[in-house]
Design a protein around this ligand. Structure first.
Ligand SMILES: Nc1ncnc2c1ncn2[C@@H]1O[C@H](COP(=O)(O)OP(=O)(O)OP(=O)(O)O)[C@@H](O)[C@H]1O
Ligand SMILES: [Mg+2]
Length: 317
C-alpha cells in the first residue's frame, strides 16, 4: 500500500482512500470593503453531495462569500477550504473540479450557444461529443446556432449553467441561478440541479427565494448583514420556530379550527374524519421567510421573483 505522509489536498487524500466529510469548510471568515463589514465571522461546512443554500436578501454578502470560496477574492480573517485546500491557494487541481455560475460570467455574446460550450470543452479538455446531450438536457438544443446576444434571460441562465457543468464538476457554485426567471424556467433549472445531485455533485447555491431554498436545498444557512443567523435542514429550521405547534383544520363548511398538535385533539379529529368534515389540515410551522423576519426583522423577499407560488415549496430532494 502507498504511504501517504503529506496529504495536502482533497485529491491526494482521496487517492489514499480517506473519506472527506466536508467539501467546503468555512471558519470565522470576515471581509470588509472600506468600513463596510460585509462578512462577519461566518462559519459552516458543506457535506459532499448535498445541495446547500445560502439564503439572504440583497446585500447580505452572498456573492462576496462565493467569490472567497472560489478563490476570486481574499478574506481579511478566518479560513475557508474547498476540497480540502485553502481557498487562498486553489490551483489547477481544484479549479478543474469546480463549476461556477455567476452573473455575466463567461458567456461570449457574439458566439453561438454551441460555440460557447465548444470553447469551454476545449479549455477543460473534455470531448465536444457531450455538447449536444448537454444542450438537450437544458432545453437549448433548438437554439444551438443562435448567438448568445439573441437569447432571453432564461436561456442565458441555462447556458451559463451548462457552461458551469461542462467539466462534470464535483462542486457547483451557483450564485442566484434562477433570479428573475419565470416559474417554468426555474423548475427546469431545478430539475437539472436535482439530476446533478443524483450524480453526486455537491451544489452550493445562493438565493433570496425561500421557495427555492425550501424545495431544493438539503440544508440552508440564513445570512443577514454578513452573519449566519440560522443553519439546518429547511424543515428542521421551520419546526424550531413553530412556537404555536398547532394544527389548523379547515372544515368543509368554512370554519377554521386551531387544535393542539397532540393526543388531546385525537377525539375531535376522529369525529371530524368519521363525519367527513375536513377540507384541509395544516401545521402552524412558519416558512423560512417568517423565520428570517423573526430573526432579523427584515424580509428575504424584497427582490424575489416567483413569490406566492406556494406549490413551489414541494420538496424536490
Ligand atoms: N468590490 C466591492 N467593493 C466595495 N463594496 C462591495 C464590493 N463587492 C460587494 N460590496 C458590497 O458588499 C455588500 C454585499 O455585497 P454582495 O454582492 O456580496 O451581496 P449579495 O448578498 O450577493 O446581494 P445580491 O442579492 O444583491 O446579489 C454590499 O453592500 C456591496 O455593496
Ligand atoms: Mg449577489
Amino acid at each position: 500500500m502507498r504511504a501517504c505522509v503529506k496529504k495536502e489536498t482533497y485529491v491526494e487524500r482521496k487517492a489514499c482512500g480517506e473519506k472527506e466529510k466536508f467539501t467546503i469548510e468555512v471558519e470565522g471568515v470576515s471581509r470588509k470593503f472600506g468600513k463596510n463589514q460585509v462578512l462577519n465571522q461566518v462559519s459552516f461546512a458543506v457535506e459532499e453531495g448535498e445541495i446547500f443554500g445560502l439564503l439572504g436578501p440583497s446585500g447580505a454578502g452572498k456573492t462576496t462569500l462565493v467569490k472567497i470560496l472560489t478563490g476570486q477574492l481574499l478574506q481579511d480573517m478566518g479560513n475557508a477550504r474547498l476540497l480540502g485546500r485553502d481557498t487562498r491557494k486553489l490551483g489547477a487541481a481544484e479549479h478543474g473540479q469546480i463549476g461556477v455560475m455567476m452573473d455575466n460570467f463567461g458567456l461570449y455574446d457574439r458566439l453561438s450557444v454551441y460555440d460557447n460550450l465548444a470553447f469551454y470543452a476545449d479549455i477543460y479538455r473534455v470531448p465536444r461529443d457531450g455538447i449536444f446531450g448537454m444542450l438537450k438536457e437544458i432545453g437549448l438544443y433548438d437554439a444551438k446556432n443562435r448567438a448568445v446576444c439573441k437569447l432571453s434571460k432564461g436561456m442565458k441562465n441555462r447556458l451559463s449553467l451548462a457552461r458551469a457543468m461542462m467539466n462534470q464538476a464535483r462542486v457547483l457554485f451557483l450564485d442566484e441561478p434562477t433570479s428573475g426567471l419565470d416559474p417554468v424556467t426555474m423548475r427546469e433549472i431545478h430539475r437539472v440541479l436535482v439530476e446533478q445531485k443524483r450524480k453526486g455533485t455537491t451544489i452550493f447555491l445562493t438565493t433570496h427565494n425561500m421557495f427555492e431554498a425550501e424545495s431544493l436545498c438539503n440544508r440552508v444557512a440564513l445570512l443577514s448583514k454578513g452573519s449566519i443567523v440560522e443553519l439546518g435542514r429547511p424543515g428542521d429550521v421551520c419546526q424550531k420556530y413553530n412556537h404555536l405547534n398547532k394544527l389548523r383544520v379547515t372544515l368543509k363548511d368554512g370554519e377554521e379550527v386551531l387544535l393542539e398538535n397532540g393526543g388531546a385533539s385525537a377525539e375531535l379529529m376522529k369525529e371530524y374524519l368519521e363525519e367527513n368534515k375536513i377540507a384541509s389540515v395544516h401545521s402552524t410551522e412558519p416558512t423560512l421567510e417568517s423565520v428570517f423576519v423573526e430573526l432579523t426583522g427584515t424580509s428575504l423577499m424584497d427582490t424575489c421573483g416567483g413569490a406566492g407560488d406556494a406549490h413551489f415549496a414541494k420538496r424536490l430532494v
